[in-house]
Ligand binder design. Structure first.
Ligand code: NDP
Length: 481
């Protein structure tokens, strides 16, 4: 059994308490490694060294910092197969998905910010011939970065890359449910010659390790991705300390399909946007609204396609859907399917746990589930399920569907399918989401602002937004006369 270590001051170290937590392989339902059950003491040690490393790291040139990040990216590419396998075993996702999405994106995140920082210039203003204003942007100090389990290395690097590129040092906590690739990443950082104390990775429980990072007076920047309830707790702790906060939270994303869409494209992409990564992507479209004139045809053909989604051993080539991340998460998703039934929903397909044979007999598998017959306002359609469950509902008018789309507390992403350009612009303008895709889904240009409105978050990641978040602006006004 492989033990995971914390990464503090350039070394792999045991937790101070000597205590460990079980790490499960969700496809087998078995413990396969142990992870540090870190506490306040480990966090304090990490923040202490990160503070000491800050002057030297922030004093390096942007090229020197970029070179190190690029070197880590080279090693991610070199170890692509090993990291993808580790991600699939740790998370339950199909190996194919980890190979094609998670790991390539982790290296892309590192490269993107290694080079973006070289183009990030601050502003100068010369309002008249007497005064010159210029704005500097400096790194802030130790950034606390906390990431979730659904896209482990992908979202971990999405935070630490801009934080480090901007010149901050980092204390990061990956989800305790999927710690393995962050651990392997710490070994790559050592190999790449990342200076000691610049990046520190502490494993452990959110309520203990995560909370200690948030509460510490010397983490002036907090970047968090996770659930809305956790986000509320983090904001309640960090706001009175006047920390800079970036919160990427939950979603309940609408997928709006008008009768004038490219039907085949809308259909096949909607299957993917409902069930990719077992529906455990914050951007998945979990509420599908279909214009009534094509509703029956859409439901029938959608269910036919879902029937062909093979749920199986994540390591098999033919597997389209793997295990959900943990037993408690499986129970949560199944309880929402029960709730949907109680609320009057009709399960068109799925609705149950799947028992596989052999190696995966004890794994956490759920059949892709399609539910119809529900009102947009019921709990099933208002609360985030974050699993392979999608609802389909008919609508008659543009106005009506916009009101359904906007009826939840969330506002992360939305998808609109229509061949009518004016309608696409109109609806995109009215839907309250931070990200709108028209006739596509999950197309990610790393330069664009990423994040949600309402209870889906505060602030944006991506492109300049992240570099602005991880730096503090200072305006200097000079009287030239
Ligand atoms: P959680 O909110 O449970 O956890 C996220 C991270 O926060 C984990 O590392 C967790 O540790 C940690 N944490 C938990 N409690 C605290 C605390 N009190 N203080 C500090 N850290 C804490 O989310 P999940 O991991 O379950 O991830 C799923 C959620 O993430 C979904 O709601 C999904 O929508 C959202 N998400 C949002 C995205 C976005 O960009 N908007 C992208 C991806 C996911 P531990 O695991 O040990 O509890």
């Amino acid at each position: 059994m492989e033990n995971i270590f914390n990464y503090i001051d350039g070394q792999l170290v045991k937790p101070v308490s000597g205590n460990y937590l079980d790490n499960y392989n969700p496809a087998e339902g078995k413990v396969y490694s142990l992870i540090p059950d870190s506490d306040k003491k480990d966090v304090e040690n990490a923040i202490d060294v990160a503070k000491r490393a800050f002057p030297d790291w922030s004093g390096l040139s942007i090229t020197e910092r970029g070179n190190i990040l690029n070197k880590v990216a080279d090693f991610i590419d070199r170890d692509h197969e090993k990291l993808a396998l580790a991600e699939s075993i740790d998370n339950g996702k199909p190996l194919k998905l980890a190979k094609s999405v998670d790991i390539p994106r982790a290296s892309a995140n590192m490269r993107f910010y290694a080079t973006a920082i070289q183009h990030f210039a601050s502003e100068a203003h010369i309002p008249d011939d007497q005064f010159i204003n210029y704005t500097t942007r400096k790194p802030v100090g130790v950034a606390g970065c906390i990431s979730p389990w659904n896209l482990p290395l992908y979202l971990f690097t999405w935070k630490i890359a801009p934080a480090l590129a901007a010149g901050n040092t980092v204390v990061a906590k990956p989800s305790e449910i999927t710690p393995m690739t962050a651990f392997l990443f710490s070994k790559l950082c050592i190999e790449a010659g990342m200076p000691k104390g610049v990046l520190n990775i502490i494993h452990g429980l959110g309520s203990k390790t995560g909370q200690a990072i948030i509460e510490h007076p010397d983490t002036p920047l907090i970047s968090f991705t996770g659930g809305t309830e956790t986000g509320k707790r983090i904001a309640a702790t960090a706001a009175p300390m006047f920390k800079k906060l970036s919160l990427e939270l939950g979603g309940k994303n609408p997928n709006i399909i008008f009768a004038d869409c490219d039907f085949d494209q809308a259909l096949s992409t909607s299957v993917m946007s409902s069930f990719a990564n077992q529906g455990q992507i914050c951007l998945c479209g979990s509420r599908i609204f279909v214009e009534r004139t094509i509703y029956d045809r859409f439901v029938k053909e959608f269910v036919d396609k879902v029937e062909n989604l093979t749920v199986g051993d994540p390591l098999e080539e033919t597997t389209k859907m793997g295990a959900v991340v943990s037993e408690p998460h499986m129970e949560k998703v199944l309880s929402y399917i029960d709730l949907a039934k109680k609320e009057g929903g009709k399960v068109e397909i799925g609705g149950n746990q799947i028992k596989l044979e052999g190696r995966c007999a004890e794994g956490y598998f759920i059949a892709p589930t399609v539910i119809t017959g529900l009102n947009h306002a019921c709990r099933t359609n208002q609360e985030e399920i974050f699993g392979p469950v999608v609802t389909i509902m008919p609508f008659d008018s543009e106005e009506e569907v916009v009101s359904y789309a906007n009826s939840t507390a969330y506002g992360l992403a939305a998808t609109i399918w229509t061949e009518n350009l004016k309608k696409a612009h109109r609806v995109a303008d009215k839907v309250k989401s931070g990200i709108i895709w028209v006739n596509c889904w999950l197309v990610r240009d790393l330069r664009t602002p990423f994040g949600g409105m309402k209870q889906s978050g505060v602030g944006r990641e991506g492109g300049w937004e992240a570099l602005r978040f991880f730096t503090e602006p200072k305006n200097i006004c000079i009287n030239t006369k």
